[in-house]
Design a protein around this ligand. Structure first.
Ligand code: IPE
Ligand code: IPE
Ligand code: MG
Length: 249
């Protein structure tokens, strides 16, 4: 499929509009090199910067990155501390890149569970980029797909209790409206690095008809050529959404 690029050229292949990534394998990347796991996380930040910039350059409209799951709180305190510090630093250091690329940064997850100094920088970067009209970068932080559904059900139940919502009127769109970010589009492509063939509780509601792409490459080594390979693979998929004919996306 071809599209007209913003510079007017025809023929540039169209990237998936909505991309989601399970950024896995930082620890293994480090361990394979005899390094401490946290060094893998540190190098993974460079991949975040490169992939975000590349997705924006290719005119993807939405990129959702799984950065920290609700289950990741089970990890050793020292590793969590490093991850939270890296996140805080990322949110500060990347502001110029975010603004230059007109990216709007937002977040999904149980944000209140994060350390206050992370929440503060997150809110600052969100506010600063709120009027940007380019790609939306969503960070999934303290995120779990089941937690998201449980939180949504709780809020729906309160609406019913208050008499503002008729239970018979609840449909799929009602549920979507109560997710962390109702604007989050269903991903066209879900990439998982480091080879595990599972969802690990990511975007359970939203991935119903998402195309999956799993690569053996660990996240710190996932850069522009690996993204191009994933997009190329996606281009060959035939999406039917339960019907019998190919649906253009
Ligand atoms: C992904 O890398 C980063 C987070 C989950 C925060 P891992 O830390 O899970 O790396 P592996 O899977 O142990 O190699
Ligand atoms: C998924 O990776 C979570 C993130 C990438 C943030 P995990 O490393 O936590 O997943 P499992 O434990 O291998 O399923
Ligand atoms: Mg992992």
């Amino acid at each position: 499929m071809t599209s007209r690029a913003k510079d007017g050229s025809v023929g540039a292949p169209k990237p998936p509009a909505h991309v989601a990534i399970i950024m896995d394998g930082n620890g293994r990347w480090a361990q394979q090199r005899g390094l401490a796991r946290v060094l893998g996380h540190r190098r993974g930040i460079e991949s975040v910067r490169r992939i975000t910039t590349e997705c924006a350059r290719l005119h993807c409209s939405s990129l959702t990155l799984y950065a920290f799951s609700v289950e990741n709180w089970k990890r050793p305190k020292t590793e969590i501390r490093v991850l939270m510090n890296l996140l805080r630093k990322f949110l500060i250091d990347e502001r110029p890149t975010i603004m230059e690329n007109r990216i709007r940064l937002t977040s999904i997850g149980r944000i209140d569970d994060l350390p206050i100094e992370v929440v503060r920088e997150l809110r600052k970067t969100e506010q600063m980029s709120a009027r940007n009209d380019g790609m939306v970068l969503r960070l999934a932080l303290s995120y779990g797909g089941r937690a998201e559904l449980a939180d949504a059900v709780k809020r729906i139940a309160r609406e019913v209790e208050a008499g503002r919502l008729d239970p018979d009127a609840i449909d799929e769109e009602t549920i979507r409206a109560f997710l962390y970010d109702p604007e989050l589009p269903d991903p066209d492509l879900l990439i998982r690095t480091a080879g595990e063939m599972r969802f690990s509780n990511f975007l359970l509601w939203q991935v119903s008809y998402t195309e999956l792409y799993v690569t053996q490459v660990c996240w710190p080594d996932f850069r522009e050529p690996e993204l191009a390979a994933a997009f190329e693979d996606y281009r060959r998929r035939v999406r039917k959404f339960g019907g019998l004919t190919k649906v253009a996306t």
